[in-house]
Design a protein around this ligand. Sequence first.
Ligand SMILES: *Cc1c(COP(=O)(O)O)cnc(C)c1O
Length: 452
Amino acid sequence: MEKLPFERPVIKKLNAGMPSKFGMKTGISPITHIDRVAVKELIEENGSPLFVISENTLRKTYREAKRSFDTRYPRVQFAWSYKTNYLNAVCNVFHQEGAWAEVVSGFEYEKALALGVKGQHIIFNGPDKTREDLLRATNNNSLIHIDHFDEMYTLTEIADETGKKPRVAIRVNMDVGVYPMWDRFGFNYENGEAWDALNRIMTGGKLELTGLHTHIGTYMLTAGAYSLAAAKLAELASGLVGKYDHVVSYIDIGGGFASRNTLKGAYYSGADTAPGFDDYAEAISSALSNSAIKPENMPLLILETGRALVDDAGYLLGTVIANKRLSDGRRATILDVGVNLLFTSFWYDHQLNPAQPMSEHTEETTIYGPLCMNIDVIKEAAVMPLFKKGDNIVISRVGAYNMTQWMQFITMRPRVVMIGSDNKVHLIREREKLETINSLEKLPEHLKTFKL
Ligand SMILES: *Cc1c(COP(=O)(O)O)cnc(C)c1O
């Protein structure tokens, strides 16, 4: 018999903590390590604040999502939504896992090319594609998702000029029972605009209609909305076969799956209420297989999931700057992490834990960031342990949108490190310095000197 490895026994103090008025435990447990690396060490070596990304969590989440769809639908392809987090290291983890690139600007398109993604594996979305962007995407055989008629006309001109047939899909917006409806992107399904666009592409003969696309919203808390979206795109796909004998090669359902963050004002935690990948996959794949599309024409299913793939892998570490009392006696704690780094704190009630064991005493506290701005509030009124100056904190589930929407405002953007699957800590983005900012500025000659 194989000998089991020896594990040292540990003695741990059990502490139910001070009860809240509902009799429940109020203590917030510390997060001292991320992927077995000590938070204190990460801060000592890289400064505070600090973004940390777990490569293991990225890969685990991706594989979980992929499996949910692969087990339910014959052909599935993910395309990584660059705007959700376009740090090169993050993109390449997803590309290594097999994801294509989904971009919404010329800049993001260039970023994907620079990382080595081939043109035919780049999906180009969004309302702002310049003529040069469209020409390059046409020459590279990328999948261009048309947002409006003006873009379709430009593409038709490019087709004439180059003699090439751009590979296109139309973006379709639709009523899926979630309001307000995202109807500013693409062509509307209900009022017939989508058919109008499809008819013009098919009768024009200059563009190659390869797919149908929708992206119904973000943080969608109901999987049912995706059944409706998939059914409506399937309806268009089978209509195209009926009318033009044309088979589209893919249906792209976009992104928008909820992550496990909790929305502000929500009664239950997002971890308990958000649908999982299995729920979304079930809704989408059954809508497609129950549609009128013939089995031999079943399209490739593309997903552009952003938020739900990356949120859990991101952490933001910070340090307590000070405590004070507000005029009404409320406790306030000021962190070196503000809304400049945590854009999503406008929508999410982020989970914030101490990075060291704390006493069981808690008090309702408002958590502020470091900016000299009244809006810089991370948590309005949260039951928090009594932090001291210099204590460290860990904010969880910040991988989506924060490292793209962060602002260089009052302070500079900090380092980002990735804890690799090799268990090493890799610096993946350096902190900004005064020179970083000043290198972009020019001072006119007559403004170079002054006397006070
Ligand atoms: C932003 C975006 C996504 C990703 O959305 P998530 O809500 O992060 O999943 C996918 N597709 C398009 C077209 C987008 O604009």
